[in-house]
Ligand binder design. Structure first.
Ligand code: CTP
Length: 417
């Protein structure tokens, strides 16, 4: 949740005006949850369904949940000129689900109902959360329409992978409504600031890897993945295509983000290196285990009857950050590392951070002081970001979303150099 950053950005008492467009897909029922989240957190929501959406969920539901009259067409309350006014007055338009048909109309400027009229008059940020069968999403017509809309600055989210309407599975699911809600808040916070990662592909790693001793035991660490997820969510809200490589996290997939799940450092390395080949930026927020047992028992290891203790022999894992920084898989890409430091006899947290920046060879290093375990699982974070140019940016304690945006600001600046 990005509450403090979001609330700080809004004038006191402001109720952001959100238009929730709903197109005719079975996922329309999930938009009820999104609507509920928006109204309960103080947004003034006008629901604009299409006629087909009303076949799935009726007007009384939208009206009761939004506290406003609901219409799909332009002929109701004509004296209020709703086909122009609703779009003009909005701070955000979000369409969930957005069908292939709705996106085709939007891409071609067709305005044959209230929602498509609203999309033509809106000057605020527009988020489309598509949901459809994989074949429709992959159809060249849809691909071209999505590209056109993105070029015009519309934030078209990647659909999620998973179970579709029937028994089939694939890409085309509506992202989790709670995650669409979080993304909407991120976009509202940025207001009319351009989505400066549009057209960029970024890779974020998150979570902590596990190195198995046997089928039930592993060596792991305390990373929750929250900072990596905040980075992925923030990048998606800024228009990026995001690949999130998630190691053993128990968090909902952020809306519009491709999630690759891994367990071990070797798997994390494979996934990050593969995605980094065509990435404009890689942010290594994961905590990969530095060592793994030299052998993994196929059967559960039994306790020794004679009371003796086992010795676990370890070998070193690859250093992914160092590898991608040294080999530079894509020219001009910005590579960001994290350093969780406590400081010791050899130096302060910052001394160790500077030494690590040089050792790893990345462009930016986000240094966390983890003395006392303050960061793990916490919604907050504070950091100092070091750059190879010798710059130091201090980020005071705030939400992980806030830190994520400062990191992306620096990445955007690095990409422009
Ligand atoms: N990292 C990595 N591969 C590893 C270990 C770490 O890519 N095998 C990345 C982390 O994702 C992080 C950065 O390197 O972005 C720093 O991680 P850290 O554990 O602090 O670095 P280490 O090199 O393991 O240094 P230390 O000796 O301080 O643990």
């Amino acid at each position: 949740m990005t509450t403090d950053r979001y609330e700080a950005a809004l004038p006191e008492g402001a109720r952001p005006r959100v238009v929730l467009g709903v197109a005719g897909g079975i996922a329309a029922y999930k938009a009820c949850e999104l609507l509920r989240r928006l109204t309960e957190s103080g947004h003034d929501v006008t629901v604009v369904p299409t006629a087909a959406a009303l076949e799935f969920v009726g007007a009384p539901t939208w009206s009761a949940l939004s506290g406003k009259p609901v219409s799909a067409q332009v002929w109701d309350r004509v004296h209020e000129v709703p086909h122009v006014k609703i779009g003009q007055e909005a701070d955000l338009v979000v369409v969930a689900p957005a069908t292939a048909d709705l996106m085709a109309k939007a891409a071609h400027g067709i305005a044959d109902d209230l929602l498509t009229n609203t999309l033509l008059t809106a000057r605020c940020p527009v988020v489309l959360a598509p949901a459809m069968h994989t074949e429709m999403w992959e159809h060249p017509a849809t691909v071209a329409n999505v590209a056109t809309l993105r070029e015009r600055g519309v934030l078209v989210l990647e659909p999620a992978d998973g179970r579709l309407t029937g028994k089939d599975t694939g890409k085309g699911r509506l992202p989790d409504p709670v995650e669409i809600f979080d993304l909407c808040r991120e976009v509202l916070t940025r207001g009319r600031t351009p989505a400066d990662l549009t057209g960029r592909h970024v890779v974020v790693s998150a979570g902590g890897t596990r190195e198995y001793l046997d089928p039930v035991r592993f060596l792991g660490n305390r990373s929750s993945g929250l900072q990596g997820y905040a980075l992925a969510r923030a990048a998606a809200a800024r228009g990026a295509r995001v690949t999130l490589v998630a190691a053993n996290t128990a968090l909902t997939d952020p809306a519009g983000v491709d999630v690759v799940r891994v367990e071990t450092t070797a798997q994390l390395r494979e996934a990050v290196v593969a995605a980094a080949r065509e990435a404009d930026a890689v942010v290594m927020a994961a905590a990969p285990a530095d060592y793994r047992p030299t052998s993994v028992s196929r059967a559960k290891i039994k306790k020794a009857e004679d009371g003796s203790s086992p010795t676990i022999e370890l070998e070193q894992n690859p250093d992914i950050l160092k590898e991608i920084s040294q080999h530079r898989l894509r020219e001009g890409a910005v590579i960001v590392g994290f350093a969780a430091e406590t400081g010791d006899d050899t130096g302060s947290v910052l001394d160790l951070g500077r030494a690590k920046l040089a050792r790893k060879g990345c462009d930016l290093l986000v240094v966390n002081d983890v003395s006392g375990g303050a960061v793990f699982g916490s919604p907050d974070n504070a950091a100092v970001i070091l750059s190879t140019q010798g710059d130091t940016v201090e980020v005071p304690r705030g939400s992980k979303a806030q830190l994520a945006h400062v990191i992306w600001d620096l990445v955007v600046a690095g990409l422009a150099r």
